[in-house]
Design a protein around this ligand. Structure first.
Ligand code: ATP
Ligand code: MG
Ligand code: FE
Length: 356
């Protein structure tokens, strides 16, 4: 089976062709991603209107490029998969409408894909991972710990009650005068900093529920910077290192609890408990090594897909469509509407009962 995938939910425009064989193994035939970073960086964040226009301009060309790189024609694919939420509504409209137009013209089924489901199922494309497993999604828009039980079958165990983790990195960078996106800039500055200089709060540490919170941490960073203004290079490095340290400690507490809950729930019935990480923050070496350490200490395998598949891409959307297609799950009608908000665990209800 082969599918064309489209992704336009945020600031990456992407098109991909992915194949799945009878054994369930996936192969990416083409994965073309155009980041709009340059267009947004001058504003210090993603501007929805600019994003939507950029998707319109880029998407057709990227689809042609993906077909070209995989030596395919539209008639060679079995279905179309397009992200239909959650995300910025303008971008979602562009991708979903394009998907509908191609589906209509080629008379192929259309799968309207939840972007988060794309992230959730990526480890099955890259590693052939079996259900169930835990997914930690840490990006600019999301911070969630999700139990992935099956296609369309998810339990959200924890989510942020305020800022996403990537957002906390971006805001910290901004108030220190570092460039956007903030994650890489903060990580770089932290390398020469003293992580013990500031005792920043470690939000949620010790709480039984598995949620996250990062806005208090960001406020503490602002207060520390204001107290010593004007900040020197070394102050910035120390703040970044202390911030990253607080984040790592927080993640250690939160994720350890998540792994323990998985063990409680599944005991020995899951042969190899696995934690998968996705999202741009997965690029952070300190956070990654913290996760590796926690996993090793808790008898968990740790999977971090290649960075290009951790950040936004269309191969994951294509794969989510293929998983649905392979299971014989119904395609979506051409009247399906994009949704800026669309919690992942709602899929379960949709598939299991309500019939919508
Ligand atoms: P969405 O949340 O919709 O998936 P997004 O575009 O916000 O989309 P990604 O592209 O996956 O998410 O990730 C971008 C985020 O990752 C930004 O907030 C960025 O600061 C953060 N990030 C990137 N590199 C690093 C790093 N080395 N350390 C920490 N954060 C990082
Ligand atoms: Mg992005
Ligand atoms: Fe994403």
């Amino acid at each position: 089976l082969r599918i064309l995938g489209l992704e336009t939910s945020c600031d990456e425009t992407a098109a991909s062709i992915v194949e799945r064989d009878e054994n369930g193994e996936g192969r990416i035939l083409a994965d073309v991603v155009l980041s709009q970073l340059d267009e947004h960086s001058v504003y210090g964040g993603v501007v929805p209107e600019i994003a939507a226009r950029a998707h319109v301009e880029a998407l057709d060309g990227l689809i042609v490029e993906a077909l070209h790189r995989s030596s395919m024609r539209l008639s060679d694919v079995d279905a179309i998969a397009a992200t239909s939420g959650p995300g910025l509504i303008g971008g979602l409209l562009v991708g979903l409408m394009t998907g509908k137009a191609i589906a209509m013209a080629t008379e192929k089924p259309l799968y309207a894909i939840n972007h988060l489901e794309g992230h959730a199922l990526t480890a099955r494309l890259t590693h052939g991972l079996a259900f169930p497993y835990l997914l930690l999604l840490v990006s600019g828009g999301h911070t969630q710990l999700i139990l992935v039980k099956g296609v369309g079958d998810y339990e959200r165990w924890g989510t942020t009650i305020d800022d996403a983790l990537g957002e906390a990195f971006d805001k910290t960078a901004k108030l220190l005068g570092l460039p956007y996106p903030g994650g890489p800039a903060v990580e770089r500055a932290a390398r020469t900093g003293n992580a013990e200089r500031f005792a920043f709060p470690r939000p949620m540490v010790g709480e039984a529920r598995l949620d996250f919170s990062f806005s208090g941490l960001k406020t503490a960073v602002r207060q520390a910077a204001e107290a010593i203004a004007p900040v020197s290079e070394q102050d910035i490095a120390d703040i970044c290192a202390s911030f990253q340290n607080a984040v790592s400690r927080t993640m250690k507490d939160r994720i350890s609890r998540g792994l323990a809950r998985f063990h409680e729930r599944f005991g020995k019935s899951v042969e190899k408990p696995t934690l998968v990480v996705a999202g741009g923050v997965a690029a952070n070496a300190e956070i990654r090594s913290t996760l590796e350490t926690i996993c090793a200490a808790n008898r968990f395998a740790f999977i971090a897909p290649p960075m290009a598949l951790c950040t936004d891409n269309a191969a994951m959307i294509a794969w989510a469509g293929l998983e649905r297609l392979a299971l014989g799950l119904p395609a979506d009608g051409l009247d399906v509407a994009p949704r800026s908000r669309w919690p992942l665990d709602e899929n379960a209800a949709t598939l299991l009962g309500s019939g919508k």
